[in-house]
Design a protein. Structure first.
Length: 117
């Protein structure tokens, strides 16, 4: 099992920045893919960014150039640096762990990000 605990959400003005953290209960080096998803009211949950154990990353088109996903193996923590925030980034952000290819196996409880325009 993997426990995931997110932190770092909050209220920020448009154009501002936030950094989300996801602390895992085991080494992230042993996890195939760590990812951040988000879900806005009335919308489906969507993938925002992902990082593989080898270090490769991918991003949803609307966040490319604004968000950066990274991992700290020593701290078993994955980060999502969010810059240039827009009101449409408002959502609950979830951390997820994919142990084997096929989608997330474990989820965090989520952290709210609200961007005021």
């Amino acid at each position: 099992q993997v426990q995931l605990v997110e932190s770092g959400g909050g209220l920020v003005q448009a154009g501002g920045s936030l950094r989300l953290s996801c602390a895992a209960s085991r080494s992230i080096f042993t996890i195939n893919v760590m990812a951040w998803y988000r879900q806005a009211p009335g919308k489906q949950r969507e993938l925002v960014a992902a990082i593989a154990s080898g270090g490769s990353t991918k991003y949803e088109d609307s966040v490319k150039g604004r968000f950066t996903i990274s991992g700290d193996i020593a701290k078993n923590t994955v980060y999502l640096q969010m810059d240039g925030l827009k009101s449409e980034d408002t959502a609950v952000y979830y951390c997820a762990a994919d142990l084997e290819e096929g989608g997330p196996d474990y989820w965090g409880r989520g952290t709210q990000v609200t961007v005021s325009s």
